[in-house]
Write a protein that binds this ligand. Sequence first.
Ligand code: GUN
Ligand code: ZN
Length: 421
Amino acid sequence: MLRGRVLSFLSEPQGRDDHASYRYIEDGAVVIDASTGRILWVREWGDGPGGDLRFVEIVDHRPHLIMAGFIDPHIHFPQMQVIGAYAGALLEWLNTYTFVEEQRFGDLEHSTRIASRFFDELIRHGTTTAAAYCSVHPQSVDAFFTEAARRDMLMVGGKVMMDRNAPPGLCDTPQSGYDDTKAGIAKWHGKGRAHYAITPRFAITSTHEQMAMAEALAQEFPDLHIQTHVSENLAEIAYANELFPNYGDYVGIYEKFHLLGPKTLLGHCIHLSHRETEVIAETRSVAVFCPTSNLFIGSGLFDYERQHQHGVRIATATDVGGGSSYSMLRTMDEGYKVLQLRGQRLTPFRSFYHLTLGNARAMSLDDRIGSLAPGKEADIVVLDSGATPQMKLRMETVHSLEQELFLLQTCGDDRAIVETY
Ligand code: GUN
Ligand code: ZN
């Protein structure tokens, strides 16, 4: 049983004053069934937990804030040692650093070492679920899910399918990409908390034949997530359209291969045309906003308001190693600034909705994670709004939950994470 200030979202906040979108308990209790790992109750401490308390372990986190664990719907596990690589735009960054680094993941020992560090970092930053790109090598998938299982974490991941425009050591073939993906699904999907994602990296690194294989996999396994990149950078868009000249536009490529749908996570979505936005909205696909990456690689400013007005489902993610921080707090801070530069607003409650229930909904996992409620899986983060001397001082002038959340977002990072369950 955890005691502390409990915050959990019920719906998407519609404005600064939408206090019905969340539940906040000043002195609350989150009661967890240790045998199932699920939440039994969330209630006022004073209401009493009921039953025999003698054998219940109580962790008192007051005055800290207890929330559902953060969710990162777009991250590259083989890019831990690429973060902060000095490069120009996307294609240079990929070719100079990323495609070189990812070749090392053909080695299971290396994959295993990095996977262990990867989950250490996620936990340190309060992230309990992620959708991850592994490398092209099945070994990287094995390392990823083995380590996730060891920590009993709900993870989505898959080997990237890529058969051109990359070094030979990083290319599969249409057939091997299909076979390895299918074997990965059989080996991992549904084992414990593992979810396999069909992962064609992006149109530039897949031939028509490979895109058709991704389509076949999506037809065979319609309940799986699909993750890819789209419309991140202008040169990338031009190259994708050149490689697929008869598809109308970049989104049209994925559309014609029937890869769009409610479980499709589309990284970036920055420079979309009106038609592309409409198709993403109609197919209920998810646009994944990756602010630290978009700023670091100089890709552009995600048009949050435009996507939102079109009814596009929006997620927010780190995109490490294009992204520069594992912290979802740092991510939302940069996201806030991207919107500022576009003259748009992102309210503090909406930010924290995104980190939890919003991203859970975007990943169609909100029946299991993203909120603190009976029956939900007990993936939980505990936050300290006074984690640094500067934050502690600033907290003296903070007088509302909204202000506190905004301070956590603006100044918080891994130091603000007290505990991750
Ligand atoms: N597009 C294709 N692959 C990648 C990648 O690894 N990172 C980013 N940011 N964009 C991509
Ligand atoms: Zn990415």
